[in-house]
Design a protein around this ligand. Structure first.
Ligand code: MG
Length: 460
């Protein structure tokens, strides 16, 4: 069967693979799935700022209504804002129309469970089964759903965040923040949140623009040149960039330097574990060892998962973790909600700066530093399993200190690690290597890349 859901919902190029028929039938499938649990499910729906949102949202709403769901339209909002509303209000599920950081021609549909978390794989598979078999619920004319709208989700969400950080401490620090929402959905929340936290605010790309004309949506260094320059130019304390649906936040220090996602993850983890006097932090196997170094030092422990924020969130919930997140700026605060949340991340980082009384660059400098090298190489999907088995054999023969098979294979050496992982969505292997020395990380990554290449092309 064709797989519909990727690691982050269903995504594609609009009017090619992501079209109104798909949205309509997916709406019917989602509604049918939830109608198995309840006669008349109540579903919240929202979108990011893309220009195809109305087309897809309308189709999806139609599908949901046709199978007997009541739908409430929450308008344009960040993904975590919808998730928070679903958790806090009496919705049975939520649907967000977004393609996160992808270019503007993409869009996607993501389903959120009644507790605000992203769906587990098995739930997505059940919805896929309904979608492909077209086994949709049929209701009589007098049972079709009703549509309402609610504009209170943003206020509910901002108040939720303000209740979980030390607002007085942040206000008294008088921080100057340059905010770059990348023309994404973050623009309807983050400027208002920062104002309420008493920050002096300079904004760039904070107006909604479905074409992302300000900058590409992914908050990687090459897309944040303007923000880095602006932070220095206006002498700000820090800069913040969000991705298109505002679940991820990336920081710029007061000198205009990019703070990598695993550094902000480590910084926040240290603060939280120290504050709580220990606890479990959950992260995928691809995260820098800096996190474990710091968390262990503060009396906590790190649990590793497969790559993907829904998995991290679910393990966090199961273990009662104090914190978790990914190395791409997606941080998860369990007392707030079990999903990546950029606005909560921004508020927490401001709290850290205000409480520690240090500049962002000073705090980052206190953290352990590793060199991370990321490579990828092509491999046909049907050969992935075989290649992975051969890589495991090689690792065993290379005196690895430890081999971790949580996701792909992670080989710990005496001076670092290398992770060889087949992509879940593309015909490639990703190879991450980390060590204190750049050269060593490069050497590890390129060696394992050449192993994958050799096995993938069958020239072994
Ligand atoms: Mg995102």
């Amino acid at each position: 069967m064709t797989k519909l859901f990727g690691t982050n919902g269903v995504r594609g190029v609009v009017n090619q693979d992501m079209n109104s028929e798909l949205a309509l039938n997916l709406g019917k499938a989602i509604g049918t799935y939830y109608a198995k649990k309840k006669e008349r499910p109540f579903i919240a729906i929202g979108t990011d700022a893309r220009i195809s949102n109305h087309m897809l949202k309308s189709a999806c709403i139609s599908g949901l209504l046709s199978v007997g769901c009541n739908v409430e339209d929450l308008g344009i909002l960040p993904t975590p804002t919808l998730q928070y509303a679903v958790k806090e209000k009496n919705y049975d599920a939520g649907v967000i129309i977004t393609a996160s950081h992808n270019p503007p021609q993409f869009n996607g549909i993501k389903v959120v469970d009644g507790d605000g978390t992203e769906l587990a794989k098995e739930q997505e598979e059940e919805i896929e089964d309904i979608y492909f078999s077209k086994n949709f619920r049929i209701v009589s004319w007098d049972k079709v759903g009703q549509l309402s709208s609610w504009d209170g989700a943003i206020e509910l969400y901002i108040n939720g965040i303000l209740s979980k950080v030390d607002v007085e401490s942040i206000r008294s620090a008088n921080l100057h923040v340059v905010l770059d929402c990348g023309n994404g959905a973050g623009g309807v929340v983050a400027p208002e949140l920062l104002r309420r936290l008493g920050c002096k605010l300079t904004t760039i790309n904070c107006e909604l623009d479905g074409l992302f004309r300000g900058r590409p949506s992914e908050p990687i260094p090459e897309n944040l040149g303007e923000l880095m320059k602006k932070v220095k130019e206006v002498n700000a304390d820090l800069g913040v960039a969000q991705d298109g649906d505002a679940d991820r936040a990336i920081f710029i220090d007061e000198n205009g330097n990019y703070v990598f996602g695993d550094q902000s993850l480590t910084m926040v983890a240290r603060y939280i574990v120290r504050e709580k006097g220990g606890g479990t932090v959950v992260t995928p196997v691809s995260t820098s060892s800096a996190l474990e170094d710091v968390v262990t030092r503060e009396g906590g422990k790190v649990v590793y998962t497969k790559v993907g924020s829904p998995i991290v969130a679910r393990v966090m919930k199961k273990l009662g973790a104090v914190f978790g997140g990914e190395e791409n700026g997606g941080l998860i605060f369990p007392e707030h909600q079990y999903c990546r949340d950029s606005a909560m991340t921004i508020a927490k980082v401001l709290e850290i700066l205000s409480k520690e009384g240090k500049r962002l660059s000073e705090i980052i400098q206190e953290l352990p530093r590793y060199e991370l090298v990321k490579l990828k190489t092509a491999c046909p999907n049907e050969k992935k399993e075989e290649v992975l088995e051969k890589i495991k054999d090689i690792a065993k023969n290379e005196n690895a200190r430890k081999i971790d098979e949580t996701d792909g294979v992670k080989i710990y050496t005496d001076d670092g690690w290398v992770l060889v992982r087949p992509s879940g969505t593309e015909p490639i292997f990703r190879i991450f290597a980390e060590s204190k020395e750049r050269k060593r990380a490069e050497e590890l990554a390129s060696r394992y890349k050449s192993y994958v290449e050799r096995f993938a092309t069958g020239t072994s």
